[in-house]
Design a binder for this molecule. Structure first.
Ligand code: ACO
Length: 427
């Protein structure tokens, strides 16, 4: 049974209803707060603010739990594929055989992009960051599918279209950056194998799919597929709340993901490890620097807004990284360095007291590197993985008749009213 909280303010008592979720998470329902009391709440970084009710992902940062539609991430990483997990996130349940086949067929049939869009790639300088290309190209898809602008009428068809094309755009942007001819998708290949083929094959020789790489990619994408109301997902919801089309909303999410405090962290981790390695800095010295607030240096890949214990995704990736490196016979000094860094940090009171543990990005970069994915493509890989989560949240919002346009308030701290002074009279 839900109970009300009591608020005593300006000599009056107010009742604040409470909400309890299916995992007993509790919230104060302040929807009527301003209307009843004249007050708003102030919560920088939205640390205590719930923006929506959602049935997609359950996350308990204290206990290190992550479940998509109720299914633990560990089970999905072990048994599912990225395509199946995407279906689960977007449509709410695991697909039966026919549903999975139909969904797979849709992804296969929509993998090509309009030939005119290939000209866009030529317009970018070779040095362009692939995230810049990815976000612009995704937004541009709305120009090629004008029916997407009527959000409520047509979005179901845009879902497989976008899931399939994002992978093609990502691979094309990589090929462009290294001056290789673009490789088209091949319908006989699975989602992940097709991506690897578009990234790494060349017209001059046959390409053999490496099943270990396909499995590793499936796991990486599954682990990144959703993480409830993070910065990029909240951005997708906020942009979509104005009924902007799916492509525009996802393009905004890609931009939000780009920053080094979010999806850009996997690139930042490798750059940090490379710098430590090439300068011969000792792990312990680097940790001391990180602890010094004046240095404004952070241990990238450590800490998380919601995980205050070991990120369950980092645990799976650490094991997967070991497997792939040993199977491929790669010995990477950066992995040794990462392990040493983790051990040093986790035995240091600074990290222990602040509950700072490795997050998903601490190992994903090393794994991507072992798979031959270049560093500036890491955040693009994150975007491909996160896409079904973004779509699921966007769809959940659009399907909900109670949805409102997102519009936070503020407390104004500027000047009080004052007169305009003509330019000649100003000192
Ligand atoms: N290295 C050193 N100190 C850290 C780190 C870190 N990586 N992360 C947090 N801290 C310290 C802060 O300095 C602060 O210390 P203080 O209490 O003495 O001031 C304390 O821990 C709390 O940090 P906040 O910044 O308040 O924590 P918040 O929840 O706002 O930030 C964040 C989370 C942004 C992820 C942060 O931990 C960070 O910057 N990590 C490095 C970047 C990173 O790996 N990002 C990827 C996140 S995962 C993802 O997006 C998929």
């Amino acid at each position: 049974m839900t109970k009300n909280a009591k608020l005593s303010l300006d000599g009056k008592e107010f009742e604040i209803p409470t909400i309890v979720g299916s995992e007993q998470e509790k919230a104060l329902d302040i929807a009527r707060l301003r209307a009843d009391t004249g007050y708003i709440t102030m919560d920088p970084g939205y640390v205590n603010t719930g923006s929506t009710m959602s049935a997609i992902t359950y996350l308990d940062g204290e206990k290190g739990i992550l479940r998509y539609r109720g299914i633990p991430i560990e089970q999905l990483a072990e048994k599912s594929t990225f395509v199946e997990t995407s279906y689960l996130l977007i449509y709410g349940n695991l697909p039966n055989k026919t549903q999975l086949q139909n969904f797979s067929n849709l992804l296969t049939n929509h993998s090509m992009i309009h030939e005119d869009m290939k000209n866009f790639f030529d317009g970018y300088p070779a040095t362009a960051h692939p995230m810049a290309i990815l976000s612009s190209m995704v937004c541009s898809l709305s120009a090629y599918y004008p029916e997407s602008l009527k959000v409520n009428e047509s979005f179901e068809m845009q879902i497989p279209r976008l899931l399939s094309k994002l992978r093609t755009i990502a691979a094309f942007s990589y090929k462009k950056s290294i001056g290789h001819p673009i490789m088209y998708p091949q319908n006989h290949l699975s989602y992940c194998a097709n991506f690897l083929q578009m990234m790494f094959s060349v017209p001059a020789e046959p390409y053999e799919v490496d099943e270990d790489m396909v499995r590793a990619l499936n796991i990486l994408l599954i682990l990144h597929a959703d993480h409830e109301q993070n910065c990029s997902t909240s951005t997708v919801r906020l942009v979509g709340s104005s009924l902007a089309n799916l492509f525009a909303s996802i393009s905004a999410g890609i931009c939000a993901l780009w920053g080094p405090l979010h999806g850009g962290a996997n690139q930042a981790v490798i750059e940090m490890l490379e710098e430590i390695h090439t300068t011969g800095t000792k792990c312990s010295d680097f940790i001391e620097k990180v602890k010094d607030k004046d240095s404004s240096t952070r241990l990238m890949g450590f800490g998380h807004r919601v995980y205050k214990s070991y990120d369950p995704r980092a645990k799976i990736l650490k094991e997967m990284t070991d497997v792939i490196l040993s199977k491929r016979g790669i010995s990477d000094p950066l992995l040794d360095l990462a392990m040493e860094m983790e051990e040093t940090a986790l035995s240091d009171p600074y990290f222990v007291e602040r509950n700072l543990y490795p997050n998903v990005d601490f190992y994903s970069g090393i794994l991507y590197k072992a798979m031959g994915i270049p560093v500036n493509m890491f955040t693009v890989m994150f975007a491909i993985g996160r896409l079904p989560g973004w779509i699921a949240h966007w769809k959940e919002m659009v399907d909900d008749p109670q949805s409102k346009i997102g519009r936070p308030r503020q407390i104004y701290t500027g000047e009080n009213i004052r007169d305009y002074i003509p330019l000649d009279d100003r000192v």
